[in-house]
Design a protein around this ligand. Structure first.
Ligand code: ATP
Ligand code: MG
Ligand code: MG
Length: 554
């Protein structure tokens, strides 16, 4: 009966265990290419692989798939490491495909000697033309029957940088008539006279993905190598290469595929995210509008919320687009349990409490988090002049407006019941302040009958004298379209939302003066906010993570 709750990946593993795999043989890896920052799509793969590690008490390697020196940098390695760690996962070993360059080279020599690989000296265009079509066999390269000696000589010359870039490639000799185009003598090595972030100038040839991935899995004794669906046709080649290098007694890894997860109103592709950074559309990879793990962290997402997101969307066999509102739901759910409740006013309207002594101030007790008994209380200052939100006052309104209107009462959260008496306007008729009176016996928690009086609305507020101004960064979707990169006739950059960031000045209670980077707060009645990394005691900066309710619901 437990079977029902297993996803198809877990089912594959369970079947393998029933068919003779030992539990100790299970081993997984997460294999990012260090050519950009991790994004929310990677979170699915991380959660899958490390989740299996936890479930089966099996090791999981963090493997950098660093076979393309043109786009890879050690800064990306550092960022990836930081993000996986922040998500709360521990890897067994930190591995690099580049650590296997010598072994891969040795195996390639072995293939050449066995007549299963050859050096091709044609242009890539010529090779592409000879590939044929899925229904029509390809034609053999004129170099396909080169002698082993010549192949070995040329391959060594390529390795030592004695040949020009692009002059030769090493190809596997498989089957130019295979219905699987990837089996038609795929390229194993290309010559690139470029330095590598780890091996420096040691290598002038670099292995292709297909000739590195399975072999790395083999070296690390990975039992199950999970990748996304576009690699399904590569599986045959994955197996063919492994067959060439393994003996019958070897434990051979299996590749299995799962569907990519996409997120609405954004793009999850390092290449496209890199363009947003390069073109200055966002400030950096960790811009809070980015769907990168680092952007989400800076925006105020918690590791729990991202893991929960990955967990609930699960793994599947069909690619799909998950609505952004689901990710936001996961953030709200987690932050609701953990974020300290504070008061901040984003669009201030001044109230003067005319019967409150001008010289007086009081520090009133308020709960830090009603969802968490351990969170305790703090005090907030109250005085004659306070700010409330502009939208929380109307001179007149119908009975459904449970906020402040002339002649009516509301409660100020953790403070007093007030009544609005007069709206003071400037020469343009704009309300500049509202005069109110308070009921001195109505203080919250004082136990008096007046404090228990029921009034319809409760408003958040800050004492003007004590309030701290803060830069508040409000975010909107980065793209105006739900699937910006799914349009054939339009580039995804055409759907950039020009209003994805708005900076305003708000006023927050003084307890926030010392708020630290990455701390999470609920600004009551507004949403969740996180202290930005650029924030300081002199200039507080908050990023709005998400509103309290789904403002996108139709
Ligand atoms: P990108 O196109 O963003 O560069 P990638 O697949 O080339 O993605 P890798 O660094 O190779 O990026 O990815 C590491 C692992 O994460 C791979 O196993 C890959 O299949 C997986 N992965 C990447 N994007 C997604 C996604 N959107 N959903 C699920 N898994 C993903
Ligand atoms: Mg990849
Ligand atoms: Mg990629």
């Amino acid at each position: 009966e437990e079977k029902k709750s297993l996803n198809f990946i877990e089912q594959i593993i369970e079947e393998d265990l029933q068919n003779g795999y030992k539990k100790e043989e299970l081993k997984f890896r997460f294999p990012p290419e260090p050519n950009g920052y991790l994004h929310i799509g990677h979170a699915s793969s991380i959660n899958l692989n490390f989740g299996l590690g936890l479930r089966y008490n099996a090791p999981v390697n963090l493997r950098f798939d660093d076979t393309n020196p043109i786009k890879e940098e050690s800064a990306y390695v550092d960022a990836i490491r930081k993000d996986v760690e922040w998500l709360g996962f521990k890897w067994e070993k930190e591995c690099y495909a580049s650590d296997y360059f010598q072994q891969l080279y040795d195996w390639a020599v072995k293939l050449i000697k066995a007549g299963k690989a050859y050096v091709d000296s044609q242009t890539s265009e010529a090779m592409a033309q000879q590939k044929g079509t899925p229904t029509q066999a390809g034609t053999s390269s004129p170099y396909r029957e080169r002698s082993v000696e010549e192949n070995l000589e040329l391959f060594e010359a390529m390795k030592n940088g004695k040949t020009k870039e692009g002059e030769h490639v090493l190809r596997a000799k498989i089957d130019m008539a295979s219905p699987n185009m990837l089996m038609r003598d795929p390229v194993m090595y290309r010559t690139l006279h470029k330095p590598h972030h780890r091996t420096g100038d040691a290598w002038k040839i670099y292995p292709m993905y297909d000739w590195a991935h399975g072999e790395s899995d083999f070296i690390e004794e990975i039992s199950h190598s999970f990748c996304t669906l576009e690699f399904l046709p590569h599986r045959e080649l994955y197996n063919w290469f492994l067959q060439q290098i393994s003996t019958t007694n070897d434990f051979v890894p299996k590749q299995r595929e799962f569907a990519r997860r996409n997120l609405s109103h954004t793009v999850v592709s390092k290449r496209k995210l890199a363009q947003l950074v390069e073109k200055g559309i966002v400030t950096a990879w960790d811009d809070p509008r980015m769907p990168t793990i680092s952007g989400l962290r800076r925006r105020g997402y918690t590791p729990n919320s991202i893991r929960k997101f990955a967990e609930t969307i699960g793994v599947g066999k069909r690619e799909n687009v998950i609505d952004m509102s689901h990710l936001e739901f996961c953030a709200r759910e987690d932050l609701n349990k953990t974020a300290t409740r504070v008061m901040g006013v984003l669009d201030p309207l001044k109230l003067v409490i005319t019967n409150y002594d001008e010289a007086k101030e009081e520090w009133l007790e308020t709960e830090n988090n009603p969802e968490d008994e351990q969170a305790g209380t703090r005090t907030i200052p109250f005085s004659r002049e306070i700010y409330i939100e502009k939208e929380d006052f109307r001179e007149e309104a119908n009975r459904k407006f449970f906020r402040l209107k002339l002649g009516k009462e509301v409660r100020l959260k953790s403070a007093y019941i007030i009544q609005a008496n007069e709206a003071i306007k400037d020469e343009n008729g704009e309300i500049v302040e509202v005069h109110c009176t308070y009921d001195p016996k109505s203080r919250s928690g004082s136990g008096t009958p007046e404090s228990k009086r029921k009034v319809k609305g409760t408003l958040h507020w800050v004492s003007i004298k004590h309030a701290v101004p803060a830069e508040i960064r409000l975010y909107d979707r980065l793209f105006t379209d739900a699937t910006p990169d799914a349009h054939k006739e339009k580039d995804f950059l055409e759907f950039i939302n020009p209003k994805s960031l708005e900076k305003i000045t708000g006023y927050v209670e003084p307890a926030l003066q010392k708020a630290k980077e990455l701390e999470h707060y609920q600004f009551q009645r507004i949403g969740y906010f996180c202290v930005d990394q650029d924030s300081s005691e002199n200039q507080l900066i908050f990023n709005k993570t998400v509103g309290l309710r789904d403002s996108w619901a139709k």
